[in-house]
Design a protein around this ligand. Sequence first.
Ligand SMILES: C[S@@+](CC[C@H](N)C(=O)[O-])C[C@H]1O[C@@H](n2cnc3c(N)ncnc32)[C@H](O)[C@@H]1O
Length: 209
Amino acid sequence: MSWTLLILRVTTDLSPTQPSWVRPNCFFSIDDAELAWTFPDSHFDFVHIRCLLGSIKDWPALYRQAYEHMTPGGWIQHLDMDLSFISDDGTVGDDHLMAQWSKTLFDAREMTGKTFNVLTRMSRLIQDAGFEDMQQLRKEVGKWNYHYCLQGCEGWALFLLTKVLQWRIEEIQDFVANLKAALGDKKNHAYYKIGSRLCPCSTREPLPQ
Ligand SMILES: C[S@@+](CC[C@H](N)C(=O)[O-])C[C@H]1O[C@@H](n2cnc3c(N)ncnc32)[C@H](O)[C@@H]1O
């Protein structure tokens, strides 16, 4: 027997600035993932969470809601990053500017109650919510990530360093300029971890044959 897979993709975010160049089966809605979900129970076949580090106060509650709104046999995937620059060869040690950048932003984020520390905890938290059979995926994304950091770093720093740590704009601009120089310096063999966990809902039923 052959069957057709019909996928309707609902994408939620707090921000209204979402792309318009998406497929016709995909639409965006403005929604706070931390509030009670208004979707029916057992509604989604697949819940994908991407890069919400530093955005969520209560991760167990978010995974629990995902679990409750998942059809039997559904899957959750969460992809996130660590953001702590490290190196295997000592070119970026603890006192390197890139490591200090990570620590400064990490500490400021902790003070807001929305931690950046998600990647190392997500396996356990997803399983605590009831999912099972965890698969971990890792991928090399070096060049893409270089441009991502280059374009993003000023925005990431501005909110946290002005609002939380009360830095002056000039100090932040210096910090950002030094980070950009360090990112482009090939002597620094830095990376940070990006990982994804893919798990089925534990009340799953077999897919149709
Ligand atoms: C690093 S961006 C990632 C955007 C997108 N998920 C991606 O992977 O391209 C973090 C996003 O989380 C959104 N966000 C923050 N808190 C949220 C919340 N409570 N509910 C839904 N979205 C939230 C922000 O508006 C921002 O667009």
